[in-house]
Design a protein around this ligand. Structure first.
Ligand SMILES: NC(=O)C1=CN([C@@H]2O[C@H](COP(=O)(O)OP(=O)(O)OC[C@H]3O[C@@H](n4cnc5c(N)ncnc54)[C@H](O)[C@@H]3O)[C@@H](O)[C@H]2O)C=CC1
Ligand SMILES: CC(=O)C(=O)O
Ligand SMILES: [Mg+2]
Length: 625
């Protein structure tokens, strides 16, 4: 009897195993893999992204490092390996969060839901995704870009589903040169890279900052017509100093403190060497690096690589175009820019970038001499977290030092080191108040009331910090307190303000999105080896000249986002032209440097337009491996 029951048990086990085998063999024919019984591994006949994109085999963040190496997916996923339980918890936490948010009010869950739907389309069908984005750019740019992209980055560990872009982490040191070949595309034109240390005005978001690189590249495709198969978002995870993320069991990045000093530089150097070895012509846009590194990395690489820093250089150009627009809007000649009194709140990568560009432009207008450069300095008052920056400050940041007010000047103006923003505005009565502080509401009632005494006939208020909650003031506050006759431009989009009696207070968007896509496209098509100051200046001047006199007099100093593809084309053409003039252009594909030099302005524009990708379905033809 005992033997019989043992035999029965055995046979039922055998039957189950046979059934498994049949299932495996059936699956083999349709799914191109073979499975063997028991604990033996499942054999798959694909690697790299094909594995991650196949819902049958994908384990997402649960792939162990040996599996990642074996399957050529190291670097294609965030570096923290999650257990099955953690993955489940992460999914449930995300679901619960949506429920909680829905009780708080409609706005956040609503925009996140929109982002998710768009993101899913992006995962399924890129061509359709970009068609939708381009045709509805006004509605969807605020979802894939600022402000919603900020919220997405904050919640990325919960929102992450399918991989997009590459992750290079401190744990990948020594491996990057080979990892870079895990990316499936043989050609990459544009990389946007971040280390997540200062995402918009939201601070250190660690690995979750990848969202901003993805959002910026969405604009590269939608606005500049860069082929979506040739863009690569990159996150360099060197740890995080965000205490919350360090303790969060569901965080997807390295849970260790940020690397600093030489160790940090070695990681970034290794990344740069790796990507330029595989794609020698790629353009790398540095995005949302904390100021401490933004300037150093820019100086380190800009003469040897095709790279630029969007926050320092793109923002500078956009702000400069707006400042020139503000002069025009007063009906004054452009030369009067050099007489403008400008108060800047925020002396980080963005603020200092703007100050340097504005000062150089003023100096150029005044004859481009050393005296002109020195005298332009006195047009700026810079206020940071410690108040007005003067030469009396200890340990002054070297990048801010050139803008420190002289002691004698401050005494004359009854100001002092550390004076508050309200005191500075009250005493200076500036033409322009520009915010790149990341402090929402910094332009308080007191500050805006002080601006009512501006000596300008049309004061300009630029709360440029992102996302919306970090804007230094709202347009309603600005128009209602300072007056109807102001020029208003914010970093994130706001709706125009109804001023009554049929009048509208126009809200411009002063965002580097009006420049970086054109700078990237122009650099690509010119084949310039570097992104020169002249190319950046040409881009800014092109944007400054884009609006008609009629628009500008109405307070419209930046284009509407619905025209972003057109302005990007113009900016790119201006960049190409400048690269040719500076003898930097080496050409693009069949348009070599000699051919480029033969083009007139209209032909350059045509050349740019012809090379902009548009979302159309190509005819597909199958060819066996
Ligand atoms: N509209 C646009 O195109 C762009 C906007 N930005 C925004 O600019 C902001 C700043 O960016 P970064 O310069 O890179 O940041 P950062 O962190 O390097 O600099 C912030 C600066 O603000 C100062 N600050 C802090 N509290 C202040 C206060 N109460 N009063 C005056 N100043 C204060 C800090 O001392 C620091 O100098 C962010 O919100 C970012 O989103 C940045 C780039 C482009
Ligand atoms: C717009 C942008 O680059 C920023 O806020 O950092
Ligand atoms: Mg940025």
């Amino acid at each position: 009897m005992a033997n019989v029951s043992h035999q029965m048990r055995l046979s039922s086990t055998l039957l189950r195993r046979l059934q498994q085998r049949v299932t495996a063999v059936n699956s083999t024919s349709s799914r191109n893999f073979t499975t063997t019984e028991g604990h033996r591994p499942t054999i798959v006949h694909k690697r790299s992204l094909d594995i991650l994109h196949d819902p049958w085999f994908n384990k997402g963040t649960a792939f162990s490092f040996t599996e990642r190496d074996r399957l050529h997916i190291r670097g294609l996923l965030p570096p923290n390996v999650m257990s099955f339980e953690q993955q489940t918890a992460r999914f449930m936490a995300d679901l619960k969060r949506l429920e909680v948010q829905a009780r708080d009010g409609p706005s956040d869950p609503y925009v996140l839901a929109k982002w998710r739907i768009l993101n899913r389309l992006h995962d399924r069908n890129e061509t359709l995704y970009y068609k939708v984005l381009i045709e509805n750019i006004e509605e969807y740019a605020p979802i894939v870009y600022t402000p919603t992209v900020g919220l997405v980055c904050q919640k990325y560990s919960g929102l992450f589903r399918r991989p997009r872009g590459m992750y290079f982490s401190a744990a990948d040191r020594g491996e990057m040169m080979s990892m870079v070949y895990n990316w499936p595309a043989d050609q990459v034109d544009m990389i946007v890279v971040t280390d997540g240390s200062r995402i918009l005005g939201l601070g250190d978001l660690g690995v979750q900052g990848i969202g901003i690189a993805i959002g910026k590249l969405d604009l590269y495709v939608a606005a500049a017509g860069i082929n979506p198969q040739r863009v690569l978002p990159v996150m360099i995870d060197v740890g995080t100093d965000n205490e919350k993320l360090l303790k969060d069991p569901l965080y997807l990045g390295l849970q260790e403190r940020r690397l600093d000093g030489e160790e940090y530089l070695e990681v970034i150097d290794e990344f740069m060497e790796a990507v330029y070895t595989r794609w020698p012509h790629v353009i790398v846009q540095f995005e949302d690096f904390q100021s401490k590194w933004a300037f150093k990395l820019l100086q380190r690489y800009r003469n040897n690589y095709r790279m630029f820093n969007d926050d320092v250089q793109g923002t500078a150009g956009v702000a400069l175009a707006g400042l020139l627009g503000a002069v025009r809007a007063q009906g004054r000649p452009m030369i009067d820019f050099s007489k403008m009194k400008i108060v800047v709140a925020g002396a980080g990568s963005a603020g200092i970038g703007v100050l340097n560009a504005a000062r150089k432009t003023m100096a150029r207008m005044l004859g481009n001499t050393e005296i002109a450069f020195e005298s332009a300095r006195s047009q700026f008052w810079v206020v940071d977290a410690k108040g007005l920056i003067t030469e009396a400050r200890d340990n002054i940041d070297p990048d801010a030092r050139p803008f420190a007010r002289k002691i004698k000047e401050t005494e004359r103006q009854r100001l002092r080191e550390g004076a508050t923003l309200a005191e500075v505005v009250h005493q200076v009565k500036p033409d322009v108040l520009l915010g790149l502080s990341a402090v929402g509401g910094l332009f308080s009632k007191e500050v805006l009331e002080a601006l009512r005494h501006s000596t300008s006939t049309r004061p300009a208020i630029f709360p440029m910090s992102n996302p919306t909650r970090n804007a230094e003031c709202t347009p309603e506050e600005a128009f209602s307190i300072v007056g109807d006759n102001i020029i208003f431009a914010s970093g994130s989009p706001f709706k125009d303000v109804d001023l009554g009696n049929g009048h509208v207070g126009h809200c411009n968007q002063a965002n580097n999105m009006f420049l970086f896509p054109g700078i990237g496209l122009g650099t690509l098509l010119s084949g310039s080896r570097i992104v020169s100051d002249g190319m950046l200046q040409a881009a800014a001047e092109c944007l400054a000249a884009y609006m008609t006199e009629e628009d500008v007099l109405k307070g419209v100093i930046y284009p509407s986002i619905s025209r972003i593809r057109d302005i990007t084309k113009e900016v790119a053409a201006a960049v190409v032209k400048e690269a040719i003039e500076e003898d930097l252009a080496e050409g693009y594909r069949e348009m070599d440097s000699r051919e480029l030099r033969k083009l007139d302005e209209a032909q350059i524009s045509e050349f740019v337009e012809k090379n902009m990708w548009s979302p159309d379905y190509p005819t597909l033809v199958y060819k066996k491996d």
